[in-house]
Ligand binder design. Structure first.
Ligand code: SF4
Length: 376
């Protein structure tokens, strides 16, 4: 079973922290829709006939597209791939796009999961991040999605936004709990070089939160989500009633996936590739029936390290058997001494042969993963 990711590279305005691939110039929107629908056809053999269990519209801002545009992409995928009857079909949506009419249309075309980019419920923060929406819109988008019959809703929050204390974060978490989404993703605010914040940081116009401040917010969220009945199934992701993101989980379990659209990544189990990050060039290439992609052959060590990095972040942990099967490396032997130390230090737990981060270890996930990497 496999997944398909569709990248919609347009946004209304640039959020100051964002370094994803998107354009705020939207005159190519119609050509882009045509190109993505066409790419689905050109790539129809990539998954070797495997059935598609998850389809994910990400971006950029997929909800920026008109309903008929989304429908055309969906129809092309449906025509060229075998989508399972119970497939998870997710669309990332920004609150300001979710009118009652849009929600009805999305539901009618088969979208069954919405990932709503709320980020915060504090208007001052939202404005500082240069988001289009305010908290009122975020709350009504969630409520209206429920009314429209969406039973699987995810929201995003950003933590470690620099502030004198944790009061705003505590309110954000309380509001999230009150709204009771099925799924919540929480991201640490990072300042990337080619963003407005990156530029401001260079000029010392903004501060970033220190590690201790960020760790306290990370821990607070963990406690509150567990108290509210959520499962911390991945470091950044919480779900209730078993509503984990099936699409993202398939990345962590190394299932094959196809990415459509500029900048989208694909993986067939051995080879990874991504389309170029340039909208006009992508459209032009597809018009001439070429997939404008860059190939990346993963060495066995690269593969092992990816499984270590992603697996360790999940509640299922790092699976030495999967690493051995996919890469040939015996991670438990290679790092026997360090693994024993990490268990002794209370960072790792060994359960059913898998290595799982302890609560303390979750705060050092990246460092621990790096210590267990296989030298290429
Ligand atoms: S809406 Fe999303 S993709 Fe677009 S700029 Fe903001 S964070 Fe980035």
């Amino acid at each position: 079973m496999a997944g398909i990711y569709v990248h919609i590279p347009f946004c209304k305005q640039a959020c100051y922290y964002c370094d994803f691939h998107f354009s705020t110039t939207r005159h190519l929107q119609e050509d882009m829709v045509r190109a993505i629908a066409r790419e689905a056809e050109l790539q129809k053999h990539f998954l070797h006939g495997e059935s598609v269990e998850t389809l994910y519209f990400g971006g950029g801002t997929p909800s920026i597209l008109e309903l008929p545009q989304l429908e055309r992409i969906l129809q092309s995928i449906d025509q060229h791939f075998s989508i399972q009857a119970n497939a998870e079909i997710t669309l990332e949506a920004n609150p300001e796009d979710l009118s009652a009419e849009k929600l009805r249309g999305l539901k009618a075309m088969g979208v069954n999961r919405l990932s709503i980019g709320t980020q915060s419920f504090n208007d001052e923060f939202l404005h500082w991040l240069n988001r289009v929406h305010d908290s009122g819109k975020a709350i009504s988008a969630i409520e209206n999605s429920r009314k429209a019959g969406f039973e699987n809703l995810s929201i995003d929050l950003i933590f470690a936004i620099p502030h004198a204390d944790h009061s705003i974060w505590h309110k954000d978490v309380a509001m999230a709990v009150e709204l009771a989404p099925d799924h919540l993703s929480a991201y640490h605010l990072t300042v990337e070089p080619n963003t407005v914040f990156g530029n401001w940081l260079k000029k010392r116009k903004i501060d970033i939160a220190d590690d201790q401040f960020a760790a306290e917010q990370f821990e607070y969220l963990y406690e509150q989500m567990l108290l509210s009945g959520y499962d911390a199934y991945e470091i950044s992701n919480y779900a209730r009633n078993g509503r984990i993101s099936r699409h993202n989980s398939s990345y962590w379990f190394h299932k094959p996936y196809l990415g459509l659209g500029p900048g989208a990544h694909s993986f067939n189990g051995i080879k990874r590739q991504h389309n170029i990050y340039n909208n006009p060039k992508y459209i032009k290439a597809i018009e001439t029936e070429k997939i404008p992609m860059v190939e990346e052959i993963l060495s066995p060590a690269d593969l092992a390290n990816e499984i270590i990095m992603t697996g360790l972040r999940t509640k299922w942990g790092l699976k030495p058997g999967l690493i051995l099967e996919k890469s040939g490396y015996e991670v438990m032997e290679i790092h026997a001494v360090r693994i024993e130390e990490l268990i002794y230090e209370g960072m790792l737990l060994l359960e059913n042969g898998n290595l799982i981060l302890s609560r303390k270890g979750r705060l050092f996930a990246d460092t621990i993963a790096a210590e267990l990497f296989i030298a290429g």
